[in-house]
Design a binder for this molecule. Sequence first.
Ligand code: GTP
Length: 382
Amino acid sequence: MFIITLYIIPISLVKNVKALILAGGFGTRLRPLSCTRPKLMFPVANKPILDRILKNLSEHGITHVVLAVNYLADILIHNFGNSKYGMKISYSYEKKPLGTGGPIKKAEDLLNKNDEPFLVLNGDILTSINYLDIIKIHKKTDAIATLALYEVEDPSRFGVVDINGRGQIRSFVEKPKIEEAPSRLINAGVYVLDQAIFDIIPAGKKISIEREIFPLLAMKDKLYGMKFEGIWVDLGKPNDFIRANKLMLDLIANEKLFLEKDVKISKNAKIILPVAIGKGAIIEEETHIGPYVSIGEGVTVRKGTRIENSIIFSKAWIDHFTSIRGAIIGEGAIIEGWVKIEDECIVGDHAIINNNVTLTKNVKVCPSKEVKKSILEPETVM
Ligand code: GTP
C-alpha cells in the first residue's frame, strides 16, 4: 500500500514471521458507526482499513496473519475468509474480550509453531513503517518486545516512552499528562514480540499489554523501541478517521480522481481533488464534490449538493441542494433535500435526515433514527 518496494526483501528475514492483528475492540469512540461494523471495516478512501493493512503486510513478505477477533467477528470472517493477498488468514476468537494482551496468549498455538518472533499490530492503524526494519532491530537485541515509536506533538492520549541511546525503553507510561510525559515518542501500535512473551502473559485473562506488560518488561530491561518517520494515523476518534481518510486520499487521488467501475458523473458536476468515488455511484449535475471526499459504492448525490472533507459510506442517498462538510454519513443513510450537516457530525447507518434540517457541532444520529428538526448543539439522537 504505502511502501515503494525499491529494496529486495530478504526472504530469510520474514520467511517464518507471522503477524497477529488485534481486531476485537468495540470502537466505542467511533459510535454510532461502530454499532453496526467493527472498526477494522471502516473504509479509508473506500477500502476497509484492514484490507489496506493486509495488503501492506503481504507486500512486506508476511505469509500468515492471525486475526484476534471478538466484537462482530462474523463480519470480519465473512469479508476476509481464509486468505487474502496470497496470505493465509487464521482467526483466534475470544468468547469474552481479552483486551490488548490476552489475545496474544490466546493465539499462542497459532503463533508458536516455530521459534521466530512475531509481529503484533493494532488493527486500527495506517502506517508506512517498514516492518522488516523493526523485525531486524528486534533480532539484534535480547528484547522480549520491540515497539515502533512515532513522534507526535501531544503524546497525552498515547503510551509514551523514555528511551536511552541504545534503543532500550527505560519506562513506559500510558496516557500521561502532557507535562509528565517522558518524551514525545509514542507507542505506534506495532510490535515485534519474542516467544518468551507467552510465559509472561497469563492465560484466559483480560490484560492490557500497554498497562500491565510493557511497564514490566521495561523494568526487566527487555523492552526496546525503534523510532520511525513517515505516515502514522490511528482510527481512535471521528476526527482521526476523517484525517486518515484525507491522508489516504492525498496518497491515491491527489492528481487523478480515484474512480471505480460504473460511476456516472454529470458533465456539470465540479470535482475538486482529491476525491474517491466507489463503484456504481451517481453524481448529478451542479454538484460540488471535494476536496477530501470519499463517496462509497452505490451512493447517489443529487443535483446541486456540495460535499467537502467528508466520508460517505456506501449506498447513502444525498438529495438535492444539501451541504455536507467535515461529516460522516453512514451506510444507506438518507439525507433529504436542503439539509446542512457539518462539524464532525455522524449520521448512523440507515438513519433519515428530513428536508431542511441542519446538524452541526458533533451531533451523532444512531442507526435507523429519523431526525425531523435541526440540532445545533452536541447531542446523540438515540
Ligand atoms: P475504543 O473503544 O474507542 O477505545 O476502541 P477499541 O475498542 O478499538 O480500543 P483501542 O483503540 O484501545 O484498541 C486498539 C486495538 O486493539 C484495536 O485494533 C482493537 O480492535 C483491539 N482490541 C481492543 N480490545 C480488544 C479485545 O478485547 N480483543 C481483541 N482481540 N482486540 C482488541
